[in-house]
Design a protein around this ligand. Structure first.
Ligand code: ZN
Length: 98
């Protein structure tokens, strides 16, 4: 009478969930444990990358993360290029589903 039927794999759930979310605000990212974001230069021969603390950048908490580039002139600290990519730094992210 033993049932060893395990077909409930949840591994892909979090990824799907994140993909369907609206852009996170700074406050939302902070609540998830994210303290900073990375600025990566898009210039092929530069690729300089730097981390910026949210506190340091003085960004409003209700700002959507993708809108940072609209309210702040973010430039590469090395070459001064304005074609930079912004990414939340997930290394400090607290895993909520653990
Ligand atoms: Zn650069």
């Amino acid at each position: 009478m033993e049932r060893a039927n395990r077909d409930g794999l949840d591994a892909g759930r979090l990824v799907c969930h994140l993909a369907s979310m609206p852009p996170p605000t700074i406050a939302k990212l902070k609540s998830m444990g994210v303290r900073r974001f990375s600025v990566t230069c898009s210039k092929f021969d530069c690729r300089h990358s730097a981390n910026v603390d949210f506190a340091q950048a003085g960004l409003p908490d209700n700002l959507y993360f993708p809108d940072i580039a609209m309210v702040r002139r973010v430039t590469c600290a090395k070459c001064g290029g304005r074609d930079v990519g912004l990414m939340p730094d997930w290394t400090t992210h607290r895993a909520a589903d653990n």
